[in-house]
Write a new protein. Structure first.
Length: 221
């Protein structure tokens, strides 16, 4: 079944309501969860996880008609990695530590056809955001206060547009193509999670417009 993940399939769709909730974690807490071949970005002994919460719509393999597309909510712990050797000194990569959806069939498909590390979880947004899986959870609430500028954090998060995975001896890269990525600071309070013992909130961003995008087929590098 592992071979399914390497199929040369490009997916396309729409990103709606993108939220990026960023927090740091002690390097030692996650380093053993990252496969050899992927270099984690070290921020003075800590790493940055940019959690994405997004509604994916009109999702389908490229070339398939929209009538056969599907929608789902995607939440993921995206660990920032050092891929500067492939990008003329710039870091643009992430590694999926964990991903979640509340649709069982999407979780099953994603776990077999992608490197998302996709699993099922309960997701609620009635009073702020809350994701729960067994006894673990992550929650936050966006507010109407004035957001900070978060310039330094934005410069780190905005360039991210490719994901890395290891399959056997192969290091694979999947690029994301989108015409724009206008992330802007958004005020957030009440961030809390027990998925990580040492998590510390850094800042949040959102994209207010719909974004057309393509998730290119993985390639061995």
């Amino acid at each position: 079944m592992k071979a399914l993940k390497k199929l040369p399939i490009t997916y396309k769709g729409e990103l709606h309501g993108v939220k990026l909730i960023n927090f740091s974690v002690d390097l030692e807490e996650v380093i053993n969860k990252v496969p050899k071949g992927i270099k984690v970005r070290d921020f003075d002994g800590r790493v940055i996880i940019s959690m994405v919460n997004v509604k994916l719509k009109q999702m389908r393999p490229k070339g398939m008609p929209k009538a056969l597309s599907f929608d789902y909510q995607h939440v993921a712990f995206r660990l920032l990695v050092d891929d500067s050797e492939y990008n003329d000194g710039d870091c643009k990569g992430i590694y999926f530590l964990r991903s979640f959806t509340d649709k069982p069939w999407v979780a099953w498909s994603g776990s077999h056809f992608t490197y998302y590390q996709l699993t099922q979880a309960a997701i609620s947004e009635s009073e702020g955001f809350r994701l729960a899986q067994d006894s673990r959870y992550v929650k936050y609430k966006l507010t109407k206060k004035v957001a900070g500028l978060e310039r330094d954090l934005k410069a780190i998060i905005q360039p991210l547009d490719r994901a890395y995975a290891v399959d056997g001896q192969d290091l694979l890269r999947t690029k994301i193509q989108r015409e724009a990525w206008p992330i802007e600071p958004v005020p957030c309070e009440g961030f809390e999670t027990n998925f990580f013992r040492t998590a510390k909130y850094l800042g949040a961003f959102e994209v207010k417009k719909m974004i057309d995008y393509e998730w290119l087929a993985p390639v061995i590098i």
